[in-house]
Design a protein around this ligand. Structure first.
Ligand code: NI
Length: 296
C-alpha cells in the first residue's frame, strides 16, 4: 500500500492522538492501580487491627493451652504401683527385721490384721491365688492397712515339680487375683516350701523371689512359746521371719514376738523396706542387708 503525505500527516496526527490516548490510559491505569492498592492497603489495616484485638481475647478466653499441655505428653507418667509402705526407717543404719505371713488369707487373717494394727507393725503377706480369690476383702485390707502383699503360687504347688511355664502361669494368675482384689501389682513371690531354681526365676520375668532366714516352725509346732523363741532368738539385722496366717497360735504369739524383737532393738518393717533401693526383679533374697545396728 502506498501512502501520500496526507496520509503521513494523518498517521502522524493519528500517532500523536494514539500516544495521547495511550498516555491518558497509562495515567488512568496508574491512578487506578494506585487507588486499588490504597484501598487494599486500607482494607488490610483494619483487618489486622481486628486480628490483633481478637487475638488476646482468644488467648484469654481459651484455657486451651492448659488442655493442650495435658493432652500432648502421654499423660503424667503412670503412678508407680502402690509402693511398699515406706517406713521412713533407714535399715542400713537401724537394725530391721521383716515379719512375713504365708498361705492366707485365712479365717485367722482378720484377727492378725487387728493385732498388727494395735501393735503398729507393718508386715508382708504372701497370699495364694486361690485364697486371694476366695477372700478379696481381706487382701484389700492387707494393702489398705499398709502391709506389703506378694504371691505364693495359685494353690501352694511345689514350683520345681511344675514346668517353669506352668509355675509362672500360676504366679501370674495369683498376681491377677491380688490386683483385682486390692489394686496392688504384686511383684514379690514366695515359692512354696522355698522350692525354686534359677530356671524358674528366669522364666517368671519381673518377679522377685523372697525366701527367709528365720523359720518359726509355727506350721509344725503350733506352740506359742516355741514360735516366739524362734522369731526373737534366731533373728539378726535384716532377717526375714517366716510365719503363717493360717496358724491360730501364730496370731496368739504375735504380741510376744513383737515386744521381744523390739526389746532387742529391732525395727519391724516390710520386706521391701529392709532395702534402701527398690527390689530389682529377677533375684532371690533370703534376708535384707545385715548392716543395721540394733537400737540400745
Ligand atoms: Ni506356704
Amino acid at each position: 500500500m502506498r501512502l501520500g503525505s496526507g496520509s503521513v500527516l494523518k498517521v502522524t496526527l493519528g500517532s500523536r492522538a494514539a500516544r495521547w490516548h495511550a498516555w491518558r490510559a497509562s495515567v488512568a491505569l496508574a491512578v487506578g492501580v494506585l487507588s486499588l492498592g490504597l484501598v487494599s492497603f486500607m482494607a488490610l489495616l483494619p483487618a489486622e487491627g481486628v486480628e490483633e484485638e481478637s487475638a488476646p481475647e482468644e488467648t484469654v478466653a481459651l484455657p486451651a493451652p492448659i488442655d493442650v499441655e495435658k493432652d500432648e505428653p502421654p499423660e503424667p507418667s503412670p503412678e508407680p504401683p502402690p509402693p511398699p509402705t515406706g517406713s521412713g526407717v533407714d535399715c542400713s543404719v537401724v537394725a530391721c527385721v521383716a515379719l512375713t505371713f504365708d498361705d492366707g488369707p485365712s479365717a485367722h487373717t482378720g484377727a492378725l490384721l487387728d493385732r498388727l494394727e494395735e501393735l503398729g507393725v507393718k508386715a508382708t503377706f504372701f497370699d495364694t491365688g486361690a485364697n486371694a480369690r476366695a477372700r478379696p476383702d481381706t487382701v484389700r485390707r492387707q494393702v489398705e492397712d499398709g502391709h506389703l502383699v506378694g504371691g505364693h503360687s495359685w494353690n501352694h504347688a511345689d514350683m520345681r515339680k511344675q514346668t517353669p511355664a506352668t509355675a509362672c502361669s500360676d504366679a501370674s494368675r495369683t498376681a491377677d487375683a491380688i490386683r483385682e482384689a486390692s489394686g496392688l501389682d504384686a511383684s514379690l513371690l514366695r515359692p512354696p516350701y522355698g522350692s525354686w531354681n534359677t530356671g524358674i526365676l528366669r522364666a517368671c520375668r519381673g518377679k522377685t523371689f523372697v525366701l527367709w532366714d528365720v523359720d518359726t516352725m509355727d506350721w509344725s509346732t503350733h506352740d506359742v512359746t516355741k514360735i516366739t523363741d524362734h522369731a526373737v532368738n534366731d533373728s539378726k539385722p535384716g532377717s526375714i521371719i517366716l510365719m503363717h496366717d493360717t496358724v491360730a497360735e501364730t496370731i496368739d504369739a504375735l504380741p510376744a514376738v513383737v515386744s521381744g524383737l523390739r526389746q532387742k532393738g529391732y525395727e519391724l518393717v516390710t520386706v521391701a523396706d529392709l532395702f534402701n533401693t527398690p527390689l530389682a526383679p529377677g533375684q532371690a533374697i533370703y534376708s535384707g542387708p545385715r548392716t543395721g545396728v540394733p537400737s540400745p
